[in-house]
Design a protein around this ligand. Sequence first.
Ligand code: MCA
Ligand code: AMP
Length: 482
Amino acid sequence: MSSLFPTLSDPSAGRRPALRFGERGLTYAELASAAGALAGRLGGSGRVAVWATPSLETAVAAVAALSAGVPFVPLNPKSGERELGHILADSAPSLVLAGPGVELPGPVGALERLDVDVRGSGTLPEDEAGEEDPALVVYTSGTTGPPKGAVIPRRAVATTLDALADAWQWTGDDVLVHGLPLFHVHGLVLGILGPLRRGGSVRHLGRFSTDGVARELGEGATMLFGVPTMYHRIAEALPADPELAKALAGARLLVSGSAALPVHDHERIATATGRRVVERYGMTETLMNTSVRVDGEARAGTVGVPLPGVELRLVEEDGSVIAACDGESVGEIQVRGPNLFTEYLNRPDATAAAFSPDGWFRTGDMAVREPDGYVRIVGRKATDLIKSGGYKIGAGEIENALLEHPGVREAAVAGEPDDDLGERIVAWVVPTDPAAPPGADELADHVARRLAPHKRPRVVRYLDALPRNDMGKILKRALRDA
Ligand code: MCA
Ligand code: AMP
């Protein structure tokens, strides 16, 4: 397989800008040199962890690991000890790559550490990894239990990025701006590896802000990637921010993904800027499945058509395939193609359960197809999966964390609609001592410390008992009326 990043070994492209994080940036020649130096120290390392702060170091570490053919596990630097402990025990990295001087907490600090020198000087090794070799392992929440590590092979990364290039006419002339975290597929694979595969460049905001978006799009960036929460905040800011409206109007492509962008936000942005946001639909396990194409119609509320190479079908509860493209028949989206992951690490049971008997991946997303083939997502099979700010969060892992608090006797968690986050996490708690229940902030901190801040409940409601059926199962739908 040819290198994932052909531009890195193209001497004529050496002076092109590759990465910029705030004031710090690297050209392709500098990136090749820094990644080459690091890759030279990684050979034979097995699997490595990357302390995935939104920084140049994370991008260099990812390119170095991929160049050395060493699979890497991006870690959320805000993860709590329980979550980190699980990921490290499960993925067993031989060492961690981190920026110099960055402090690493407990379980990560115990690993052998290699500092990433973004000014390092070396030569990229010959790319000898095979298509099926793992590129990275990304942890993703399920309905119950701790997150699972999705093993993503190199061919999936290459295929998905090339399919998006086709759908979006994405080239080396594009300059992407984003402020997404770098420990998930959206921000890392699409947002960093994507521009590098095209030979273009990326400017990362460090953290998302509408000012940062306006500045970078105003100064030559051509594309924006964001989750719906970011576009919602843009839509809110637009009426009072003509600079933002002008910057968005001048962009070549505005892309939203990771959750559904409400039609209201689509419309507000279109009205203020004359630009339509394009939605694409993907998953950690599948990378990208569908997108609205730049040469197609940008229709709010749809995620477009299957990307080149992706087979997509809708399936009824009983397993029968829906043939109709009538905009009405709802079925589960199942996909097949070279964009798929290989397995959940150490979880053959979960891997087997994720596929239909005839080898299609079950996404758990429910959709209809319009007569012209556009896919419209209408819901999700599991009520125990919450999408908040574009993050997927399993209700079960939060319930388990809450139950570890001495003041909590019973706990149930679900998502509720939220204008900003899409869904907000709500916890219903039966306190151990009804006279002295633990405070909402205390419970939020408890979850944030153990798991991650984005998994903290935003609302806590107290009950005397949880509604249960005759079998003792918690009736989550009844909770909303409790
Ligand atoms: C607040 N904070 C706390 C607590 N409360 N920390 C500890 N304990 C607490 N009790 C801190 C947070 O750490 C954070 O710190 C700050 O307060 C604000 O937190 P929060 O309110 O959660 O953030 P937000 O401002 O609401 O974030 C909105 C966001 C974010 C920027 C849109 O949700 C986000 O980045 N989402 C992107 C998710 C994503 O990339 N998903 C892709 C996965 P500080 O201020 O220091 O940050 S899906 C995927 O990859 C598939 C393939 C796909 O299709 O894309
Ligand atoms: P994750 O498991 O974090 O990779 O998130 C994948 C899930 O995000 C999918 O199964 C969908 O439910 C959701 N998702 C991603 N993109 C979109 C989109 N454009 N519209 C609606 N849902 C989306």
